[in-house]
Structures are given as C-alpha cells and as structure tokens.
Design a protein around this ligand. Sequence first.
Ligand code: HPA
Length: 263
Amino acid sequence: MLVDLIRVKAGAEPIKFGLILGSGLGHIAEQVDGIAIDYTDLPGFPHAGVSGHNPKLVVGDLEGVRVAVLGGRMHYYEQGQADVMRVPVETLHQLGAEAIIATNAAGTCEPNTKPGDIMMLSDHINFAGANPLIGEETDQRFVSLSDAYDPAMRTALRSAAKAADVDMSEGVYAWFSGPSFETPAEIRAIRRMGADAVGMSTVPEVILARFFGMKAAAISVITNMAAGLSTENLSHEHTKKMAPLGAAKLEKVLRRYLSNQSR
Ligand code: HPA
C-alpha cells in the first residue's frame, strides 16, 4: 500500500497535520526536518503540475510536530477533475493526520486588504460548482460543511498570529474554477454574495479532508487585488512574484501554531 511505502522511507510514527502548500508558498517544505518523496514515486499521486509548485511529499518534524507536507497541489482546472487531490488527501489521513492546513494564493475582493496580507478562511463559497465527491457511492458522500473550517483550530491560529505579531484577517474564500482569472463583473457579483477573496484551489481539498474525517483550516496569501479592483494586469507570473510577500507572515503563524501544539 502507498502508506506502507511512505512509512518505509519516512518512519512509522503517525503525523499530526497535513500541510498543503499553494503557488509560490513552497518554502516551508524545505524547513521540515525529514525526508522528501517525489510524487512520481508515489503511485496514484497526480503529477502534472503548475509552475510555482514543488511536487514532493515531505514527512518530518516542524517545530517539534510531525507533519506531512504536500508541496504541489493539482487543480481542478488541469483536467477538469475535482477529485484530483483525493489520493494525496486520503494519504494524509492514512498517515494519521488529525487535520489539514491548506494554504493558497488568492485575490482580494476587499479594497481594504492589500497584496502581501494574509487571510484565514472562515468559510467558503463553492462557485466552481464542481465537487470532489461526485461519483462517490457511499452515504459518507453527504458531508456536512457547517464549520468546515474548524472553529477550535481557527481560534488557535488567531492566537498564534497575535503572538507572532502578524495581522491576519478572516474571511470567506470563493472557489472559481480557473484557469482564466475572473472578470470584474464576476468579482462584483461574488462580493455581493459574501466573498472576501477568490482563488482556484483549496475547496476540493477541504471537502475531501472533511470526507475522510479530518479537521481543516486554511490561510490565503493575498497576491493581488481581484479583477476590476486595480489596474494591475493579472497573471500567474504576478501571483508567483507576489506570493513571497505574504509567505513570511504565513510561515510565522504556522510555526507558532505548530510550536503551541507540540507542548
Ligand atoms: N483569482 C483567482 N485565483 C487567484 C487570484 C485571483 O485573483 N490570485 C491568485 N490566485
């Protein structure tokens, strides 16, 4: 089995958290004291891929907590498969993860938020309308998504941000399929529907995590004002260029959160 293969390489001790890293946010994987396995060596792991991602699974310790980090995530927009991350997320569960923490790059719909800021997800809007559980045949597919973003984890992450002296807002993330960016009209519409930020990921993984019985939390690094909110041209190059601005803040919060968990 896939987990046995990982345990042979990384050791059998269960992990506590699975981290899923967004575009341009791969730095933290390099700081884990452990071993890295290429997705190409993990049967069932998707390994198409987007530039700005590092398709490796890293298992080891960060701030004294055993974690597994998915350095590259695949997106719905690659092949139109909403469940493309099912095997990686299930693997985190099988390795023992109680929870996932997903990170992503996102555009803000909120004029008061700026590139380089970070936002913890309080909830999401599945605007892509796809779902990774379509085709699942058991009644487990009827997953409740009330409190999808675990309230206790959010409280602890909020405290971690405060202790690390990082401003972290909280808001609703709307999932758009991509890969094209949104139109200004879509951004005006989604703002009225209650979204604070928009992006092309995370929602499928959170649904899968809840399906597998794990808790979930997620943090966005804001890389740009959403379409129509600034004159800046949106591009993946721009996302990759801007991600490191907020990545340092994200890293501080995650480290503080994990070190609080290790006590
Ligand atoms: N829209 C969608 N996805 C994104 C954006 C955006 O503005 N920025 C980074 N990822």
